[in-house]
Design a binder for this molecule. Sequence first.
Ligand code: GLU
Length: 623
Amino acid sequence: MRLRRQAGALAAPLAAALLLGACTGLPQPADPPAPASVAPAASAQPTPAIPAAPERASGWRTGLQPVRAAQHLVATAHPLASEVGLATLRAGGSAADAALAVQTVLGLVEPQSSGLGGGAFIVHVDAAGRVQTWDGRETAPAAALPDDLRWISTDDRRAPLPDVRASGRSIGVPGALRALEALHLQHGRLPWARAFDPAIGLAERGFPVPQRMADAIATHRAQLLRDPEAAALFLHADGSPRTAGSLLKNPAYAATLRTLAADGAGAFYRGPIADDIVAEVQRTQAGPAAPGPLTPGRMTVADLAGYRAVERAPVCSAYRQWEVCGMGPPSSGGIAVGQVLGLLAAAPPASPGPDAVHRLVEALRLAFADRNRYVADTDFVPLPGQGAATLLDPAYLHRRAALIQPDRSLGVAPAGRFDAVARGTHAGVEHGTSHVSIVDRWGNAVAMTTTVESSLGSWRVVRGFVLNNQLTDFSAQPADADGPVANRLAGGKRPRSSMAPTLVFDRASDGTRGALRAVTGSPGGAAIIAFVAQTLLALQEGRLDAQAANEMPRVGAFNTPATVLERDHPDGATLDALEAALRARGHRVVRMPMASGVATILRVPGGWQGGVDPRREGQALGD
Ligand code: GLU
């Protein structure tokens, strides 16, 4: 899995994607993660600091080919999850059944990225073309206070201990399971319990520790030592990290899954499992292997019992011959991706090469300016005007696109002006996320991005699953010099996300929704917006296949002074030339690893084509 493509051996389409990408006014690309979720926004920073380092790549896998399928296809971040997804589809299951089964396996073999203790956003289309989205975002406990992420109390203004990400304050009420339950209820074809069987078997028999999981364990050994259950699962008895290839069993997880299979999702949210989650969140002392105080969170059993996945209106916008549908707030993903595409469509055509990339990162700056200022949980803070439609209005985007200079970077772009009711400035850093794309033989499709926030979440394990630290996606500062921040913490509120599970449809000549064209999404924190936009641009004109689109060199911007270019991509020469060209336009270029994890399915004549990201361990499988 840790193969490296030889420098200079980049397939021609990759360079073409980067250098030709915007020749018709469309661009591409991506961007990296934002700063520590709890750090203040970067909009006023004088240096080209980039939020934070993205999740590591696993090395570059060479020779990945697009996978062809006639009837159904699943693309996930781990081969075992994809195998279980495919087996579910073969058994006559729907995309919803496969998504549920895949998630139970990912929580076992990719616990650093997602699981029962985290949250998820799901975008689904059925055979009739009806698009639905479910918000299974983690939620702040009812008793949360606005300053909970920055200090212990008004009397003790030290940061939560041992740090906010590892403290109980970061842990939100998990939502992934409720979202999958809602999806299964409407679109499942197989019994609920059946979806749990493969993961139960794997957890009991054991599986070889994947390289990425081993890397995450080694990186976070010190944090894992604080929780005896996490240490027992991920470390040896002497405290050394479990290594890649060694057999790992997780009987506690198998037992949890058996309970959920038999008693339903409700058994997670009330009763012994819920009690144990609350006890862990409220724990005040780390374990004996790494003793020290822990600032407890305020989650109660009532918070768990009251959790609801919310079905929300999809955010859909037209882009050239497509309709692009994604997730609305509390994710900023759907709006920001739609804005980037709309800004590029409105901007004058760029010449191939650096001009196209320049336009893309400038569009990202403009989109992030609005995202950072206006987008948060709309159950608490409304969007300006008529909501997403206002931010995606072609006339508005046309005015915004006029700010893009052909030969000079904006550096930091202003947000659009509205009679806004609230604002925010925060961008978060995130490393624990996974994307799943599935199409079934019945005409349904799922795009699900699922997360525990940091790699291995809050480094705490309850009954075999990892607890998230998603509440660090809130702004730690409830207000700044300009007033209240939209994405401030509040009881019952959901932190703003960047996750962008996306479905793309052809648009009929009368503008109505046509056939499903593509399913995509990625982990990567705030960089998700760039990764997804870049993928859509690459696919837009049929230039790249579903695999090649995922292999493009990554570029991005977060509306900080920095423009980010991928480091360690096999096509370093192309990126070096691009860096020089962008610097000539005033970009303050930062090179960094950009570990996207895009999983893409594309409709092609006779069926489907699937591709995964060479930077991670995923696999596409289909028939
Ligand atoms: N917590 C992030 C979000 O919801 C995703 C984390 C990641 O991509 O690693 O935007």
